[in-house]
Design a protein around this ligand. Structure first.
Ligand SMILES: NC(=O)c1ccc[n+]([C@@H]2O[C@H](COP(=O)([O-])OP(=O)(O)OC[C@H]3O[C@@H](n4cnc5c(N)ncnc54)[C@H](O)[C@@H]3O)[C@@H](O)[C@H]2O)c1
Length: 370
């Protein structure tokens, strides 16, 4: 198969969808790998490293025009929409529930669009979201600690405290992968950490692995309202797979928070879990509403591309190999977890939560494949 790797052109995105090590695996399997010139630069991979393992360095036009399977990291941006071809498989993060414009562009393209974030494991886990969630969670705790500093507009509090001075309070809403990793780093910094979740099974698991080091509390509107009043850092880490994030923090709740507190809304890539959140970039990561610093960077792992690129491609490569070897239909049959990854196929929305988010017609994947 002709596999293309496009250079990311979204602001502040330095990751790339394939490492030279991954390119070598694909070349060894007999595939033709085209890497856009400069695609790996941001992750410290030079064109010569890809060329050395047998990939071809190509222009942006060549990559998009020739790739049967196009690999990216972030969703296509408007200038990329016209490049997507009907006979192409696009494999990347899409987060379609958060963008009707992109959903419509992909429907119009008639391409097969597989979203990393909705591919599942046999047990219902999200294997291609997980590595980025680990990184985003760890970064969220770091960002929270950083923006608490007074010169940056924060409360002026050292998250870990010191001997004789109480540490800061971190409230993590959603104890999934982001939430767990945020909690681990916050605990490591010495903070007092509370995790709210709605899944009792997940809380049992967190209780087992974090026993005694965090408070675990059932999430509800009332609990959130009460807990955010004395939090120094709130980390929004909820997810309802494929759907828009629920707005758990309302504007009136925000005004109850401490001035200079930090809200890291990691769920911003699904629309954010606070009413006041809007996406920001690494160049301009924060804004203030009602005295609360909002950190809402939609592509947090992009800040640490060397780590993120390796973590992402470790997870995506086996899927790329399966799709490249068998084609989409057979790959879906071989690995049923790939089926929920297919969000748009042949001009139809094949992921129910995306169709629902935009009031579009939902076509079950197997009806479209048939
Ligand atoms: N901004 C970024 O750069 C970035 C990077 C990675 C992930 N994310 C986003 O972070 C979010 C979390 O991802 P994840 O991988 O941790 O998901 P996950 O599925 O592992 O965890 C989500 C958790 O939220 C819980 N939850 C659902 N509704 C809740 C509620 N009302 N109250 C409390 N908990 C609730 C679930 O029970 C689950 O434990 C997602 O929106 C994901 O897209 C953002």
């Amino acid at each position: 198969m002709k596999i293309g790797v496009a250079k990311e052109i979204k602001a502040d995105e330095y990751r790339v969808a394939l490492t030279p090590a991954g390119a070598r695996e694909l070349v060894q399997l007999g595939h033709d790998v085209l890497v856009e010139a400069g695609a790996g630069e941001g992750s410290a991979f030079a064109d010569v490293q890809y060329a050395a393992v047998g990939a071809r360095i190509a222009s942006v036009e060549d990559v998009w025009a020739n790739a049967e399977l196009l690999l990216k990291v972030k969703e296509p941006v408007p200038e990329e929409y016209p490049r997507i071809r009907a006979d192409q498989i696009l494999f990347t993060y899409l987060h379609l529930a958060a963008s009707r414009e992109l959903t419509e562009a992909l429907v119009a393209s008639r391409a097969a669009c597989i979203a990393y974030e909705t591919v599942e494991t046999a047990s219902g886990g999200l294997p291609l979201l997980a590595p980025m969630s680990e990184i985003a969670g760890r970064l969220a705790a770091q960002a929270g600690a950083y923006f608490l500093e007074k010169p940056l507009g924060g409360r002026g509090l050292l998250l870990g405290g010191v001997a004789g001075v109480a540490p800061g309070r971190v409230l993590v809403i959603g104890g999934g992968i982001v939430g767990y990793n945020a909690a681990v780093i916050a605990i490591g910094l010495g903070a007092n950490v509370t995790i709210l979740d709605r899944s009792i099974d997940r809380m049992r698991y967190l209780d087992e692995i974090l026993s005694g080091r965090v408070s675990l509390v059932m999430s509800s509107a009332l609990q959130i309202e009460e807990s955010i009043r004395d939090a120094d850092v709130v980390i929004g880490a909820v997810l309802i797979p494929g759907a828009k994030a629920p707005k758990l923090i309302t504007r009136p709740m925000l005004s109850e928070m401490r001035p200079g507190a930090v809200l890291c809304d990691v769920a911003i890539d699904q629309g954010g879990c606070a009413e006041t959140s809007r996406p920001t970039t690494h160049t301009d990561p924060v804004f203030v509403v009602d005295g609360v610093t909002h950190y809402c960077v939609a592509n947090m792992p992009g800040a640490v591309p060397i780590t993120s690129t390796k973590a992402l491609t470790n997870a995506t490569l086996p899927y790329v190999e399966t799709i490249a070897k068998h084609g989409l239909m057979e790959a879906v049959a071989l690995d049923p977890g790939l089926a929920p990854g297919v969000n748009v196929l042949d001009g139809r929305v094949t992921y129910e939560a995306v169709a629902e988010a935009h009031g579009l017609e939902y076509a079950p994947l197997y009806s479209v494949l048939a």
